[in-house]
Design a protein around this ligand. Structure first.
Ligand SMILES: Nc1ncnc2c1ncn2[C@@H]1O[C@H](COP(=O)(O)OP(=O)(O)OP(=O)(O)O)[C@@H](O)[C@H]1O
Ligand SMILES: [Mg+2]
Length: 325
């Protein structure tokens, strides 16, 4: 178990992590989600004693990380996969990890197999590794000492879809065997696929936490369209139902489908589309957080898609299906 209480980090007058408290339970994968700069890495660095906390506490298995007798036998940590020693081969990196954790040499090949690195890849220098290969190597190192806890900062970065699926399975198995997994991500979709519990932070503060299934409640409202959009809009306005126009011309309406259907019927406006709203409240919240911290310019948004022209939420459903298939 990981227990974080009132953990805070200040850099001068800037608060990077602001009084966060949460527990990551054994047998569960806890996703630590937040936009770029939210404070995820800083929190994980405090947890693993790489950065001193300004105040508050972070306990792993009931102790401070630095007080664990042989930390790598209890806690597997992968914070920056890109920062591994460039001049060593993958095999050498793992041989060192085996020595440090007191594991036998045979464990190296076992770990290579586990993370899907070929023998020939293991004999190459890390500087020639792709980011995905570094993530696999980092994970092999983290798992070397048969830890009960895994702390991973953005482990899915650089992995292709098959790699992400593989990692999801690996983390699931680890948790199912009683392990505790805490992993960070800046992509909601990634966390959604693997986490049981979620802690969402923005500007250093926790803005939502709980079981993922509870947090993923669907957004209220519906999407509807009519051939005569003007008449439909008038009918909605007449009964005081708020709505906004979407990029595709349909209306996003703040009332449930049954009510909107009745309003349209009463007004004699035939509908061409009527269905529940897309997405979830969590998604809305995360998009809002991300928009707050956006640096501007087109690029990847919170959902791992290309920047939408107007309506981010309208596209989430098909994209999700593609990746889940
Ligand atoms: N050593 C430092 N000195 C000053 N500010 C820092 C330092 N380390 C981090 N910060 C600031 O703290 C904030 C949180 O950074 P952090 O790296 O924890 O974010 P993150 O959530 O991991 O973001 P990302 O998704 O981009 O990895 C940022 O504004 C960052 O600039
Ligand atoms: Mg980070």
């Amino acid at each position: 178990m990981i227990r974080i209480e009132h953990l805070t980090k200040r850099y001068g007058g800037f608060t990077a992590v602001d009084d966060i408290s949460f527990v990551a339970q054994p047998g569960r994968v806890t996703g630590f989600l937040g936009p770029n700069g939210a404070g995820k890495s800083t929190a994980l660095r405090m947890l693993t004693h790489l950065t001193p906390a300004t105040s508050g506490s972070a306990l792993v298995l009931g102790r401070r990380y630095e007080d664990l007798p042989n930390p790598s036998r209890h806690v597997g940590v992968m914070l920056d996969a890109a920062a591994q020693h460039p001049g060593r081969t993958g095999r050498e990196v793992l041989q060192l990890a085996a020595m440090v954790t007191g594991m036998g040499r045979s464990r190296v090949d076992e770990m290579l197999d586990l993370v899907g690195l070929e023998r020939s890849e293991a004999s190459r220098r890390v500087k020639n590794y792709s980011l995905g290969m570094r993530q696999r190597l980092g994970l092999a190192g983290a798992l070397m000492g048969r830890p009960q806890i895994l702390i991973l900062d953005e482990p899915a970065n650089g992995l292709d879809p098959a790699g992400i699926r593989w990692m999801r399975g690996l983390l699931r198995d680890f948790a199912d065997q009683g392990g505790t997994v805490l992993l960070s991500s800046h992509l909601l979709h990634e966390v959604e696929l693997v986490a049981d519990d979620l802690v969402m932070i923005g500007h250093g503060r926790i803005v939502a936490q709980g079981r993922l299934a509870d947090l993923l409640t669907t957004r209220p409202g519906c999407v509807a369209d009519a051939e005569d959009r003007t008449a439909f809009a008038d009918a909605l306005r007449a009964v005081g139902i708020a709505f906004t126009g979407r990029a595709d011309g349909a209306a996003e309406i703040e009332a449930d489908a049954a009510r909107v259907g009745r309003v349209a019927l009463d007004a004699g406006v035939p509908l061409t589309l009527l269905r529940p709203a897309d997405g979830t409240r969590l998604e809305d919240m995360f998009l809002q957080l991300t928009a707050d911290t956006a640096r501007g310019g087109p690029g990847e948004n919170a959902l791992g898609q290309n920047a939408p022209e107007q309506d981010a939420t309208a596209r989430t459903a098909p994209a999700r299906e593609e990746t889940r298939a």
